[in-house]
Unconditional design. Structure first.
Length: 92
């Protein structure tokens, strides 16, 4: 489950798990918004399959070492880094 940063308004977690990056982000957004995950329409903001491929290991099994993607979901700013770390910042 995601962990809070020192700033309680920012959610920080790790996408490296047995779940896809899109699933982890959708679950974290649902938690931050205190909503059911079925209400998170991630596909309206980013292609979940493309997101998962961006952060999946390479074909040879090695981890991706550079890169990040940022996007907004209903005012929340989401950033995922190739290290697996993600942050979710609430609307300002």
């Amino acid at each position: 489950m995601p962990e809070n940063s020192s700033n309680p308004a920012i959610r920080v977690g790790d996408c490296r798990s047995d779940q896809r990056a899109s699933t982890r982000v959708a679950l974290a957004l649902a938690d931050v918004r205190d909503e059911d995950v079925t209400s998170i329409r991630l596909h309206d903001h980013i292609d979940p399959d493309a997101l998962d491929l961006l952060f999946a290991p390479r074909h040879d099994g090695s981890e991706r070492d550079n890169g990040r993607v940022s996007f907004d979901v209903d005012g929340y700013h989401v950033t995922i880094r190739s290290s697996g770390l993600y942050t979710i910042e609430p609307p300002r």
